[in-house]
Design a protein around this ligand. Sequence first.
Ligand SMILES: NC(=O)c1ccc[n+]([C@@H]2O[C@H](COP(=O)([O-])OP(=O)(O)OC[C@H]3O[C@@H](n4cnc5c(N)ncnc54)[C@H](O)[C@@H]3O)[C@@H](O)[C@H]2O)c1
Length: 461
Amino acid sequence: MTSPVTAVMVGAGERGYAAYGPYALEHPDELRFVAVAEPNEARRRRFAAAHRIPPEAQFRSWEHLLAHGRMADGAFICTMDQMHAGPAVAALRSGYHVLLEKPIGTTRADAISVVDTAERTEKLLQVCHVLRHTSFFLTLHEIVTSGRLGELVSVEHRENVVYWHMAHSYVRGNWRRRDDSCPIILAKCSHDLDILAWNLGRCRELSSFAPPRYFRPENAPDGAPPRCTDGCPAAYDCPWFAPRLYLDLVPLLHVARRSPNLVERAGARFSLRFPRITQWLRQSAPPLERALDYRDWPISAISEDTSRAARRRALEEGPYGRCVFHCDNDVVDHQTVAMRFECGASGTLVLNGHSHEEARTMRYDGTRATLRGKFAYGLDDVIEIHDHRTGEVERIDFGVGAAGVTGHGGGDERLIRTFVRAVGGDRDAAASSREALESHLIAFAADEARLEHRVVTLWRP
Ligand SMILES: NC(=O)c1ccc[n+]([C@@H]2O[C@H](COP(=O)([O-])OP(=O)(O)OC[C@H]3O[C@@H](n4cnc5c(N)ncnc54)[C@H](O)[C@@H]3O)[C@@H](O)[C@H]2O)c1
C-alpha cells in the first residue's frame, strides 16, 4: 500500500473543516492532514481533534505554519478571499503543492502573480473550481466539444442564486462588501466563467450592466428595525426574516420540497405555506424539532454551537440577524455580462440573486442542435439535446443525488481526489492554473465594464 498524500490546512472554517476535511477522514489511505493554521481557537481545536493533529502542529496563522518549513506534500488554502494570494505564493515558494480556494486573488495583479509563482516553482496549483468536477459539467463539456451541436452560435448561462443564499452570503455575510472580499461577479461566478471559458475558449471582449442594489434602506418595510429579532412588523411577510431562515430551517425545507420522499415533500410544503402553525407545532412537539435537526451550511456558518439557543443568540448579536435592508453591503444582487468568445460564439452570463431555487441553467445554440441544461446541485439535474434535423430530443437525467445544497453536486469530493492524484504524480488529472486564471481575467474585466460603462477588449486574435 502506498502512503497517503500529506497536507496542511490553512483556514479551518466552513470550506476547510466541512467541505474538504471529511475527505481525509473518509479516505485515510489517500490523504492525511498533519498540521493546521487557524486563529479561531474553537475551529482550530475542532479540526485538530478530528484529524488527530498534535499540539506542536497547530498554529494560529498561516505565517506561523509556513515559518516552520515544509511539513507536508500539499497545502490546502481555505482562508477568506483577501487572504489567498499571500499564503498561496508563500506556500508555493516553500515547496508545497497548493489547493487554493477561489478566487486566486482579489485583484488582477495578485491572481497573475500566484499563477506565475506556481509556474516558476513548478509546483501544482489547483484552484477550487469545483463545478468542473461534477458529472453534469463533465458531460456538458464533452457534448459541446464533440461537435454534436454543430458550430456554436450563442450561449446563455444563468447563475440563479436562491433568495436566502443571496441574503446569507452577499447581504449579511462574508461576501457582502467588495473591500472585504471581491466583486461579486468574481466571488459568485468564477465557476460559471470557468465553465464558459472551458467550453468556448478565451473571451475576446465584453460589456456588463447591473441595476441598483435592491438591499438598501429605501426598500425596507415600514418600521423595520435594524435587526429581525427586535420585533419587526414585517416578520411573516419578509422572505429574508432571519429567524425563519436560521431557526425554522427554510433552506432545508427548500431541498426537502423536491425530495423523492413523499412525507418529506409534503412536510416541507406545509411548513413553507403555514410558517406560524409549523413554528407552534415544532415548539410543542420536541420530537418533531429533533427530526428536523438540520445543522449544516448555512446554519453552521452563523455559530459554531448550532443549538437552537446559540443560533438565536447569534441572530440577536451577530451579522446574520441584521435586517437585509439595513446592512453595510455594497455588492450588486444582479449583473449581466455580454461576451464574444474565441470560437466566434457570443455568450451572456446572468447572475441573479432573487431566484426561487438554487440552480444554474444554460442554453447552447449550435448550427445543428440546441442544448438546454439545469444544474441544481444533484437535485434534479438534466441536459436535453434537441436535434435540428431529426427533431429528436435526447434527455440525460442525472437523478436525485445525495449531494443536496452542500458538496456542489459531488464536485468538492472529486476535486480533492484529482488534487491527491496529481500530487501523487498524475499531473494531467488537474486543470492548469493558467486555465483557471482565465475566468478571473473575465470577471475583473466585467467589473470594469460595469463600473466604467464600456466595452472591454481582453484579447485580439
Ligand atoms: N469553491 C467553492 O465553490 C467555494 C464555496 C464557498 C466558499 N469558497 C471560498 O472558500 C473560502 C473560505 O470560505 P469559508 O466559507 O470557509 O470562510 P470561513 O470564514 O468559514 O473560513 C475561513 C477561515 O480562515 C481563518 N483565518 C483567518 N485568518 C487566518 C490566518 N491568518 N491564518 C489561517 N487561517 C485564518 C478564519 O478564522 C476562518 O476560520 C473563501 O475564499 C470562499 O470564497 C469557495
